[in-house]
Design a protein around this ligand. Structure first.
Ligand SMILES: [Zn+2]
Length: 92
């Protein structure tokens, strides 16, 4: 059997909230960054209300009610680890 190797990675999360249904979610930075990229490519313009609420972060869509989903101004990092079989040495 192959030996198990422990891998570590850090996940960055941003706290997002919905002003309408009060839904809260820690959103992985990868997803937020994708939205930020889309904003640049689409040259999307936010309206005045969105710009007031978004704190310089991309506005996403609430998974609960499809309204605007705003950054709440909090972020955190979570450490994760997972075990994976080290099978690089198996000859075929
Ligand atoms: Zn909502």
């Amino acid at each position: 059997m192959s030996p198990l190797v422990e891998h570590h990675y850090i996940e960055k999360l941003y706290k997002y909230h919905c002003l309408k249904c009060k839904y809260l979610e820690w959103t992985p930075a990868d997803i937020v960054d994708e939205f930020a990229d889309l904003d640049i490519y689409c040259d999307e313009e936010y309206d005045e209300k969105q710009n007031k609420n978004r704190k310089g972060m991309p506005v996403m869509v609430c998974p609960n009610c499809n309204e605007d989903f705003y950054y709440l101004g909090e972020k955190k990092e979570e450490k994760h680890s997972y075990l994976e079989e080290d099978d690089e040495c198996i000859p075929f």
